[in-house]
Design a protein around this ligand. Sequence first.
Ligand SMILES: [Fe+2]
Length: 314
Amino acid sequence: MTTPLICDWTKGNRRDFRKKPTLWEHRVHESPLFSDERLIELIEKHPRDLADFCTMNEGSDDMASWRGGDPGDYSGEELLDAVRNGRLWINLRKTFNIHDEYTVLLNSMIGELKSLNQNFNPVRVMGGLLISSPTAGVPYHIDRSDVLLWHIRGHKRVWVYPVDEETMPEREVEEILLHEHNDDVPYNERYDAKAMVFDLQPGQAATWPLHAPHKVQNSGDMNVSITMEYSPFSTIMQNGAQITNGILRRRLGMNPKIDDQGFTNQFMRFAASRALRKMKLVKAKSAAKSGYLFKIDLEAGNSVREFDEQKGAA
Ligand SMILES: [Fe+2]
């Protein structure tokens, strides 16, 4: 019999899963797939169009400082050094969907979660690998899908906030859903008093309710984590209903509340969102930052050479 990957799925976890911030222990980090050698190999073979190389300013409360960079011609080993010594965040999207040995691991994780939770039945799970610097952080934001964060190496502090009218007004959720690339979320330090804080160690994983705002700050060593993203029908339906609510609020001055809308009402609003999308009333916001704004440079501070700096030096 193989040893389970999930070690302590408690009654409380079963009760709270997707309803409250939830923490559990796992053994995924014991896999040899996350050694330096394997990470180097992965960085080199992973398709570059599925890889994001980002940096951010010190402190993690400003999403506007989050920007993408050019990894240049560095080898996997050099890029791992750049992460270890700089302020970088590499997301190897779909690692667990396109590399067989990682897919086998993802399928085992999903299989165990399904057997532990009758209501965990995702159609498709996207598994990405995050490799990030000891000083990297992710500002206050929400995700459009359900997320499970499996921590593998290093240390991370994760703040998870409730979805309430102060920390995440319904209007803000709608604003994010209405615009594909709008991730700006107003943050105030006083929200921290309401946050649940997880100090994630290797071998721990966490999840939280859909649209719960969260922020992350690394510490200590280079961090490695797995993000499992999935959207059960309930999420697809709720997002669609909130898109319709957003349009009704903005165009007709109505004041819809998602929590007051039962399944049938939400389903009708989800269906309406599909029609509204066809009518181009739901648009991608063009404010998305595109293109590289810096270059990874092992000689530069934080391994980051801003393009402005390069021009200035020329
Ligand atoms: Fe997130």
